[in-house]
Design a binder for this molecule. Structure first.
Ligand code: WT7
Length: 663
């Protein structure tokens, strides 16, 4: 990935946003003078059953607890607060299916649906407060409705991206010990029907093998296809809803601020995904405020976040954030370039989208198709443009700014993670827009104390590449890792903290640079995690998958730079005695990854070698593989056991690059 840390110059904006760095920095400075009173003020904008006794309990750091003593339910803020207001009759979701079918869901519709489903989950299915419910749904309105119904009755949702394989779903069901699974018959992707219920059924079998029995499977009818059915266990969502009184009302269960609101799994540096836990009190406070700062929501807005709800971006920026602001949204089921590369632009025009939020990967893809697709459409409704998930190259930033936004809309580049709940470093047009620099996420948001350190923990100089850290807790922070408190400390707090001095420093594992003006430039992961098309993939997870194949003796997975996806996984594999490299074997290994994790994780290439570069103590030297793939010098090789291994990999990599160029 290109590294871009230039200082850039300020860009002109429309009448709507006059950049004022001073106004922003003044607001920021005040916010961090006393973060407790700052967040306490911010939290008062939300509805609570009971306000908190303590804003921030630091006594069990790094298990920080926010708004302790407070009680609320996210439904109060996302749905119930709109009852009897003009928002109640506003559209919540303009939904569009991939084939072009549409649905319009108002806040009133959503409220009714959520209440009826909550009633049915409680009274018929028997879901109890504190239970976990796994949700494996495509991008249909039933997905937000289900999340809200689950949290309404005080249960915890674990949404699993519908692109994950049955095995990946099973692992997440088992880890969360979920007894109820909510899924759909199927959905549309690139003109095909994905048979989701079949995959869900396979996952239920796999979970049972690991000792977790899913007792109920609730199935939304989306594709109208025939599905396998298990009498007594399976129930149609629509039948279940019909059991509830038409005017069912379920009081949102008061929950403690430091109860778990939801779990969302993300990849890390081991084979096992981490169940990131978000909180009942802190998460909504953070999300509500950051949403306002990022998008400056106004009554007539049509907002579209083109992510999938299966990731944190969708949880925060399609479900909870926008609903807490009474915003009208566009929600889309399918592939962004189907049936043609103009789909996104034509939908922006059709719905008059004012605020559009997507990933650099999608922008690179759409840009590659050529400007004619953009130019065909009137995009003058756009007021703010956002990006998330990966570093955005300055050229793509400029294209987005000029071609898509017509130089009227600022680019809000938001840096954050599943663990942080919402954006942490980004422009804040809702407060005061700072002058933008293409490729920089600008400044930390209010209340966020960020810095860049050298590996030894001393501050990096301006312009010097180092490691990003967050030096104070914030309300949107994860509460921990589900079932694994030690891993929480080890992963996020061990790198730079000094517990003996009471100093706790959050380590996101991202490289960054702070420039002379204090702007942050995010430069990608600093650990063994890949970022493929804005999705986080653990290299060890992929290696474990490949190693299940009987032909494989050793495997190392690393990221290769890719012009559209940012990175793609490449597997370097040593075969067992008696097996020979072949295209067939490469296909089988890719298929294994597809089966065990999902299509997003499939390696772009499998390189067969006789030997992996290793240290004398037998550790695979990934650094060398990465350097070769990135075409950079391989650096210090004094610990290398056998230089011949490097030559062999190097030849394989050159071959791969030739193939990539010609394709
Ligand atoms: C990782 C988190 C949070 C939503 C989507 C991804 C990378 C995220 C940016 C950005 C540069 C970014 C980081 C981070 N990342 N946003 N604006 N610029 N890099 O969530 O799967 O938890 O991944 O995505 O490397 O650590 P995630």
């Amino acid at each position: 990935m290109a590294e871009h840390t230039g200082s850039g110059e300020a860009l002109p904006f429309s009448e709507v946003y006059y950049p004022s760095r001073e106004a922003y920095l003044e607001y920021y400075r005040k916010s961090v003078e006393d973060i407790e009173s700052f967040w306490s003020e911010r939290a008062r904008e939300l509805e609570w059953y009971k306000t908190w006794d303590v804003v921030l309990d630091r006594s069990k750091a790094p298990f920080y607890r926010w708004f302790v003593g407070g009680e609320t339910n996210i439904n109060l803020n996302a749905l119930d607060r709109w009852v009897g207001t003009s928002v109640f009759d506003k559209v919540a979701y303009y939904w569009e299916g991939e084939p072009g079918d549409t649905r319009v869901v108002t806040y009133r519709d959503l409220y009714r649906e959520v209440n009826r489903l909550a009633w049915a989950l409680k009274e018929i299915v028997g879901v109890k407060e504190g239970d976990t419910v796994t949700i494996y749904l495509p991008m249909i309105p039933e997905l937000p409705a289900t999340m809200l119904a689950v949290t309404r009755i005080g249960a915890i949702h674990s949404v699993v991206f519908s692109g994950f394989s049955p095995q990946a779903l099973a692992d997440r069901i088992v880890d969360a010990k979920a007894r109820v699974l909510i899924t759909a018959d199927g959905f549309y992707r690139r003109g095909r029907v994905i048979k989701l219920k079949e995959q869900a059924d396979q996952a239920v079998v796999l979970a049972a093998e690991q000792g977790v029995k899913v007792e109920r499977v609730i199935v939304v009818k989306r594709a109208g296809i025939e599905v396998p059915w298990s009498e007594g266990r399976d129930v149609w969502y629509h039948d279940l809803i019909k059991e509830a009184p038409e005017r069912a009302y379920v009081k949102p269960v008061p929950r403690k601020s430091d109860d778990v609101l939801f779990i969302l799994y993300t990849s890390g540096t081991t084979g096992k995904p981490k169940g990131i836990m978000h909180s009942v009190g802190g998460y909504p406070v953070y999300v509500y405020n950051v949403f306002k700062w990022n998008w400056d929501p106004r009554p007539g807005d049509i907002y579209w976040c083109a992510a999938d709800i299966g990731w944190i971006t969708g949880h925060t920026y399609i479900v909870y954030g926008p609903l807490m602001h009474g915003v009208s949204q566009v929600m889309y089921e399918g592939a962004p370039d189907y049936p043609d590369p103009g789909r996104i632009w034509s939908m922006i025009e059709k719905y008059g989208v004012t605020t559009f939020y997507t990933s650099p990967t999608l922008l690179r893809l759409l840009r590659k198709y050529g400007d004619q697709w953009v130019e065909k459409h009137d995009l003058s409704s756009l007021r703010i443009l956002g990006t998330v998930g990966e570093p955005i190259n300055p050229e793509v930033w400029k294209w987005y700014y000029e071609k898509v936004g017509g130089k009227r809309a600022p680019i809000v580049d938001t840096w954050w993670q599943t663990e942080t709940g919402a954006a942490m470093i980004s422009p804040a047009p809702g407060i005061s827009l700072v002058p933008l620099k293409p490729g920089s996420a600008t400044y930390p948001l209010p209340g966020i104390v960020a810095d860049v350190l050298r590996p030894d923990g001393t501050p990096a100089r301006p312009g010097e590449k180092g490691l990003l850290v967050i030096k104070e807790p914030w309300p949107g922070m994860l509460m921990g890792i589900w079932g694994d408190p030690e891993r929480y400390i080890k992963t996020y707090w061990a790198r730079f903290s000094r517990p003996e001095e009471g100093v706790w420093i959050y380590y996101p594992a991202d490289y960054a640079v702070k420039d002379e003006d204090g702007y942050f430039w995010l430069l990608g992961r600093a650990d063994e995690v890949l970022n493929v098309a804005g999705h986080r993939l653990g290299t060890i997870e992929l290696e474990d998958a490949i190693l299940t194949h009987p032909a494989v003796s050793e495997a190392a997975v690393v990221g290769a730079p890719d012009p559209v996806k940012g990175q793609v996984p490449v597997a370097v594999v040593v075969l067992r005695e008696g097996y020979e490299p072949s295209d067939e074997l490469e296909r089988e290994l890719k298929e294994t990854v597809r089966k065990l994790i999902g299509p997003i994780a499939v390696p772009a290439k499998v390189l067969f070698v006789k030997k992996l570069p290793k240290t004398r103590s037998g550790k695979i030297m990934r650094r060398i593989l990465i350097a070769l793939l990135e075409g950079k010098p391989i650096g210090d090789t004094s610990t290398l056991e056998d230089p011949a291994a490097v030559e062999e990999v190097s030849r394989a990599v050159e071959e791969f690059k030739r193939l990539m160029k010609s394709s």
